[in-house]
Design a protein around this ligand. Structure first.
Ligand SMILES: Nc1nc2c(c(=O)[nH]1)N[C@H]1C(S)=C(S)[C@@H](COP(=O)(O)OP(=O)(O)OC[C@H]3O[C@@H](n4cnc5c(=O)[nH]c(N)nc54)[C@H](O)[C@@H]3O)O[C@H]1N2
Ligand SMILES: Nc1nc2c(c(=O)[nH]1)N[C@H]1C(S)=C(S)[C@@H](COP(=O)(O)OP(=O)(O)OC[C@H]3O[C@@H](n4cnc5c(=O)[nH]c(N)nc54)[C@H](O)[C@@H]3O)O[C@H]1N2
Ligand code: SF4
Ligand SMILES: [Mo]
Length: 709
């Protein structure tokens, strides 16, 4: 690393840096601005990524960002359309690929109707592309079946914020308010490993004297910052928040004036919460009554405070209501809509925020509009130049589309920028179901485990090549400049969608020649919606280094803090919800045969299904295989030594991973990251149960057993 730095310093001084490319990191929701430097040494090019100033990450980069170019420039990138013939992929031309798509789509539509075709999208694509995915499904294919990988990610937090606040924007405040909060609750979020470059905001708060409460079954790089760590039993967040609220009410620390003026539903919440005994909650959660009390007093007493959650609370079969219960605490203490008071669902993927606003969801139209609302339908039909009746109605969630493929109702799928065989629960089932498709097109940079199942794979472009807007975790709409020459015959995702639409005879609705042109239409489509981008233009984003939505007109400077005067429901009030201790959809409980809880998540050096980061030599060197984190007492009980291969089994399947014995996890719980495929694909163990409200799978709780190999 040092020698590399010295090399670039020397090159920079001697003006040998031949090229530099401005872009943004392809990985997480912070969207760090970066620049790729290219130097030439004889015939060999050398690369280095450096951070660039911006209001969110302030020029910082984490290890993934620094090495992102290693996968983008990797020799395994696909550079031509690939058609599977007798089980092997053969390169074909774009003309051949498009002709085949037309034939197969027409054939399937004629025999089975438009809804036999499905579209599976992504939150790692630009706003323009997310917008176009929704339009492509409804206008070019005329299908109701579209959903995306964000269903597995932000759906619980999005549904909770929509139902409680009336609108879903990940953070209600800008990150810059965090250092001034006197208390911070971090619930099921591992910022230090998952959004490392925003960790300094929390560290600064701590340095300023903030009391930090972490809620996580494991000690992580994030919980190290905590003043108090509640090491709860996985899946019991809803009960824990009832306990915390119970103490706050008991100690008369609620903000009665705020509740009276700004919220509905409090009486019912109080009745339910006070009907529970703290000892009962302590029993369910594994957190002591003393610690529940300490957390409650620490959160309620100061004037300012903020709550953050992420997938630990949300990827549960009761994720939606568990988050609403967390928000009950915020509202009951009046800590929202004020300086250094608010909530943040820490968004996941690069465009996890924007891609959930513009119509990729099963029931959604652009601007966060509803596909079942007649006024909303009319607005979008008018922008798109079609009749309202031509718009399909709502479809089903991502995993449910896969179930419909299995049942034979859906015959074809367009998959863009996702790897569902590795990211969806019940991986064996998913792989079987996708193998039943009579026509499967995957658009990717690489041959992922899922792309290998496709009939046709189309090569897409990376963050270095493809320009467009990305909305970061603050709701800040940023412009990712990208100017590197496209690899081989790869095409941008938006170009691919337009080409296919044209082939299918819908060309007049998809006649864009740049991402910016699509954005101009997106602005109009979003106008007047919850996520209003009308006042945002490429020019304004460049000028202001990003603009936070809602931004209804060109003279508007964006909205940093939400809900100062009122919430976004029609009556302007927040809607609290009484949430029972135990979920309506029963979670798996441990038993004699499957005596341990499994929870899953991430490590700092890898990203999601690992297709990209496992290509990077620097990142794979840090974690070259998956692992099982388990407590020494558990290891002893099941006769498992450190650094040995272990078989982990659930009712759905098994994986083999290496043990990593550590005091940092609960004795009744083990942890496995999900960045590996095939035999190390932890989703082979996860069940198909979904949250009934938002259809999020329960990635964070399964019952498993261990055996040494
Ligand atoms: N390095 C890295 N960074 C990433 C990603 C990545 O893959 N790698 N992915 C990005 C994406 S798409 C996302 S969605 C985010 C995810 O970001 P996070 O949600 O922060 O990450 P996870 O590791 O999935 O889960 C967070 C924590 O929840 C804890 N947890 C498990 N079960 C429970 C529970 O029942 N209750 C509570 N309270 N906590 C629990 C886990 O121990 C873990 O420490 O990260 C983004 N950033
Ligand atoms: N057990 C368990 N499972 C989980 C989770 C968990 O915590 N535990 N977390 C869930 C979460 S939060 C998420 S977000 C999902 C993510 O799940 P996925 O979306 O399936 O994961 P990725 O690895 O991002 O897959 C992206 C694919 O698109 C390709 N790609 C990258 N950039 C582009 C592009 O610009 N265009 C195109 N066309 N392709 C591109 C990559 O090569 C890769 O194959 O996984 C979920 N699954
Ligand atoms: S992974 Fe996230 S924090 Fe790390 S450089 Fe990329 S955008 Fe920034
Ligand atoms: Mo995610």
């Amino acid at each position: 690393m040092e020698s590399m730095l010295a090399y670039f310093r020397e090159k920079q001084q001697s003006n040998d840096i031949e090229m530099s490319y401005d872009t943004q990191c392809p990985f997480c929701s912070v969207q760090c601005k970066m620049q790729l430097l290219e130097a030439r040494n004889g015939n060999r090019k050398r690369y280095k990524t450096i951070g660039q100033a911006n209001p969110t990450s302030k020029g910082r980069l984490c290890i993934k960002g620094m090495n992102a170019h290693q996968h983008a420039l990797h020799q395994d990138r696909i550079t031509q359309p690939l058609l599977k013939i007798n089980g092997a992929f053969k390169p074909i031309t774009w003309t051949e690929a498009l002709k085949l798509i037309k034939e197969r789509v027409k054939d399937i539509q004629n025999n089975n109707g438009p809804h036999a075709i499905s579209v599976y999208g992504s939150a790692s694509i630009t706003n323009e592309e997310a917008y176009l995915m929704g339009k492509f499904a409804r206008v070019a294919l005329k299908t109701k079946f579209i959903d995306y990988n964000g269903r597995l990610c932000m759906s619980a937090a999005a549904s909770a914020a929509t139902l409680t606040f009336g609108m879903d924007r990940g953070l209600t405040n800008t990150l810059s308010e965090i250092p001034e909060a006197e208390v911070i609750m971090l619930a099921g979020t591992n910022v230090a490993e998952c959004q490392p470059t925003i960790m300094p905001y929390f560290e600064q708060a701590k340095a300023n004297g903030a009391f930090v409460i972490a809620i996580d079954p494991r000690e992580t790089a994030t919980t190290k910052l905590a003043t108090l760590h509640l090491k709860l039993k996985p899946g019991t967040d809803a009960a824990l928040y009832n306990g915390i609220l119970h103490v706050i009410i008991q100690e008369n620390l609620i903000d009665q004036e705020f509740i009276t003026n700004r919220a509905n539903g409090y009486a019912e919440v109080e009745r339910l919460v006070m009907s529970y005994k703290l000892t009962e909650i302590s029993e369910i959660t594994g957190v002591s009554v003393d610690d529940i009390r300490l957390a409650a007093l620490a959160f309620a007493k100061p004037k300012t405070g903020m709550i953050f959650s992420a997938r630990g609370v949300e990827q549960q079969t009761d994720g939606s209501v568990a988050v609403r219960n967390l928000l009950n605490i915020l509202i009951a203490t009046g800590k929202v809509g004020k300086h250094a008071c608010g909530y943040g669902a820490i968004t996941g993927q690069s465009n996890g925020q924007g891609a959930r606003e513009h119509g990729q969801k099963a029931d959604q139209l652009p601007g966060y509009r509803s596909i079942e609302n007649n006024e909303h339908r009319k607005h979008i039909a008018q922008v798109w130049g079609i009749r309202e009746e031509e718009l399909p109605r709502k479809g089903v969630s991502a995993f449910e589309m896969i179930e419909k493929i299995d049942e034979g109702e859906i015959k074809a799928m367009f998959l863009l920028c996702s790897n569902p065989v590795v990211s969806n629960p019940h991986a064996h089932f998913v792989k079987r179901a996708l193998s039943k498709l009579s026509f499967f097109v995957a658009v990717d940079l690489f041959l992922s485990e899922t792309a290998l199942l496709a009939d046709l794979v189309l090569p897409s472009t990376s963050y270095l090549e493809n320009e467009g807007t990305m909305t970061n975790l603050e709701g800040r709409v940023t412009l990712r400049e990208a100017s590197m020459k496209v690899v081989g015959e790869a095409k941008h995702d938006w170009e691919i969608l337009c080409l296919i639409a044209r082939e299918l005879g819908a060309g007049k609705y998809f006649s864009y020649s740049s991402a910016e042109e699509i954005f101009q239409e997106l602005r109009l489509a979003s106008q007047g919606g919850v996520a209003d981008y009308y006042g945002i233009t490429y020019e304004r984003i460049r000028e202001k280094n990003g603009i936070i939505w809602p931004c209804p007109d060109k003279s508007h400077s964006g909205t940093g803090r939400l809900f100062e005067e009122s919430f976004a429901h029609e009556d302007g009030r927040a809607q609290m919800l009484a949430v029972p201790n135990v979920a309506v959809v029963a979670k798996e409980v441990i038993c004699e045969e499957y005596p341990l809880y499994l929870t899953t998540g991430r490590v700092i050096s890898h990203y999601l299904t690992g297709v990209q980061t496992r290509k990077s030599s620097s990142l794979i060197a840090r974690n070259f295989e998956s692992y099982l984190e388990l407590h020494p007492a558990t290891a002893k009980k099941y006769r498992i030594q450190d650094q040995r291969l272990v078989k982990v089994e659930s009712r759905r399947g098994s994986v083999i991973v290496r043990s990593k014995v550590s005091e940092s996890i609960r004795e009744d719980t083990v942890f496995i990251p999900f960045h590996w495929d095939e035999e190390q694909n932890v989703n082979r163990l996860i069940s198909n149960q979904l949250d009934p409200i938002c259809h999020m799978p329960g990635f964070k709780v399964s019952a498993i057993k261990l055996s040494p190999i």
